[in-house]
Design a protein around this ligand. Sequence first.
Ligand code: C2E
Ligand code: CA
Ligand code: CA
Length: 633
Amino acid sequence: MDNLLEKWKSSQELINVRRERRILICKGLSLSGGLFLLVFGTLSVIEQRFIMGAILLGATSIGLVNLYILKISNKVERSVFVLNGIIFVLTFTLLYSGGVDNTGILWIYPLFAITLFINRFWFAAAMSGSFILLCGLFLLTPLSQFLQADYSQVIAIRFVLTLLALSAICLVALYSEEYAYKLVLKLHDNEIHRVAFYDSLTGLPNRWSFQQNFARILQQRHKDQFTALLYIDLDNFKFVNDNYGHEVGDKLLIHFGKRLSESVRIDTTDEDLAVDLSDDIARLAGDEFVVILKELESPQDAEIVAKRILNLFQGGYNVDGNIYPVYASLGISVCPSDTSTDIELVRYADAAMYKAKRKGNNNFQFFDNETANELSERQNIETGLKRAVEKQDFSLVYQPIFSGETKEIVAIEALLRCHSVELAGYGPDVFIPVAESIGLIKALDEWVLNNAIKDFTLIREATGFEGKLSINISGVELLDENFPQKVKAIVESYNLPCSLIDIEVTETALVPDNPIVIKVLNEFASKGFSLSLDDFGTGYTSFNQLILYPATNLKIDRSFINDLFSDDESLAKVVKTIHDLAKIYQLNVIAEGVETQQQLEYLQNIGCECIQGYFLSQPVDKMGLIELLSTTH
Ligand code: C2E
Ligand code: CA
Ligand code: CA
């Protein structure tokens, strides 16, 4: 974008320099022309040629007024127009009076040349043509008898030929200047066009040009043919960026951009599917691409291209012999079977892509009724969330965390509930990811922090509870270096020490080696907060990566607690293995989702430090919690 701005600026500069130069010449010409006319006009009056004097002095005053107006308005076009008129008057006056030895006409040459340079090429050409024609008419025909000066044929022909040569030289110079100027502007324009319409990394059309192209293609569509939109999203691309670096990630995208063009265009099995021009592929963002398939006989034809694209990812994506664990998910919407509007087709293909993603790596999915329902459900959730944020239509419930040894409540975890009608029946596991994707999560996290800490002070006052408050934060916050300080300020505004607050971060939000995430986590630790890795076991964190995070607790995901008494022995052993390893890293283990006496006893036997789950307590509201704490403490 900087490049674009540079080009735009230098184009503007070029236009300005040219304009300034034109204004300067106009001013010089107005002034010199005015002075000439003044002198000749005065001489004419002295010589008692009053009509001539009046014309010349009139032109003088027009010239000077023109100069003044140009000075204050800088409107060069009008000024050039006036000057052309004056130069005509002046030239014919000089021709008319001529002088005894005809030196008067010599002044016409420089004035004529300068005048040409203040006109744009085509106008200058037209002007010089008509000017020379007029001069020729006056000098070389019987009209010359009306001129005061007596020109010989030789002088008249020499004058016209000199004017012709002069104007040819001026016009050639003007033309080459104009040509160079237009060329530079065009180059800049092309560059601006390229940056504005094409993605700088892959060279493919960008989102903006895709929107234009797609709308146009749909408009030009043949009524009995189908147009399909393929929405492609790479799976696991983040993994490549995080683990191999952005350069490798960029290389992969460039490589894929080329392979995508090839696999869409070169169609050996079905001639009709071969797509002609470069308006059919685009990179919308990061790892999202789209392909427009025009003129399909049937919607199913899109499947052939979809499969060919997915084939590029069989067994991972290969870039120059290096295979990366990157796959693709592909969604397809079809015009007119699904809808005929471009915006909806994009939304439908996107929704189908998400469905394909859920099916697993390297899948494609057509938009269908089920996806349509999911899409409207998702829209419902978005609407509900926006409304809830506006009206602050939320509340908090608290689920106690018990000591495995004493079964006393050692902490309470705040869990968010949303009350807008659209969200009836949806829990935070559904609406939090939506809030993250539409940028509402920061508002939610802030609301939770403020209200949970406010409730916590009341709960402490009412019950004398000395345990901790656990607050879930979104992974998005881990990319905000100022976040720990914001949380600290909220906690301190309630006169509480940070050590009473536990920050729960779900394991999948952790990006190994991301320096900002590590910095934010360390910042929390240094401010005295404790840190829990939530849903442990669902992400990719290996035990030796745990050393990177200043965590205090591991919350074993409830799916493992569920599997405790599974027939599959290896699953049943996971909890004990995690617990044993956590001990080596001096981490407390919290088992969540404990629903039965049997699970509880098992966990107590292996020495699990903390237990949370419906068996001991469901999440309860503030008053319920106060009651619970009053009876158990
Ligand atoms: P989580 O942090 O793992 O929270 C525990 C979830 O498991 C809660 O669901 C809780 O009601 C449920 N749960 C607790 N014990 C049991 C049990 O014995 N059996 C079963 N089946 N479920 C149990 P909830 O409240 O629906 O929260 C779901 C997820 O939403 C949370 O998972 C957390 O990741 C997220 N979340 C909740 N509140 C917030 C919040 O305030 N901010 C953020 N950023 N995320 C939140
Ligand atoms: Ca949690
Ligand atoms: Ca959890």
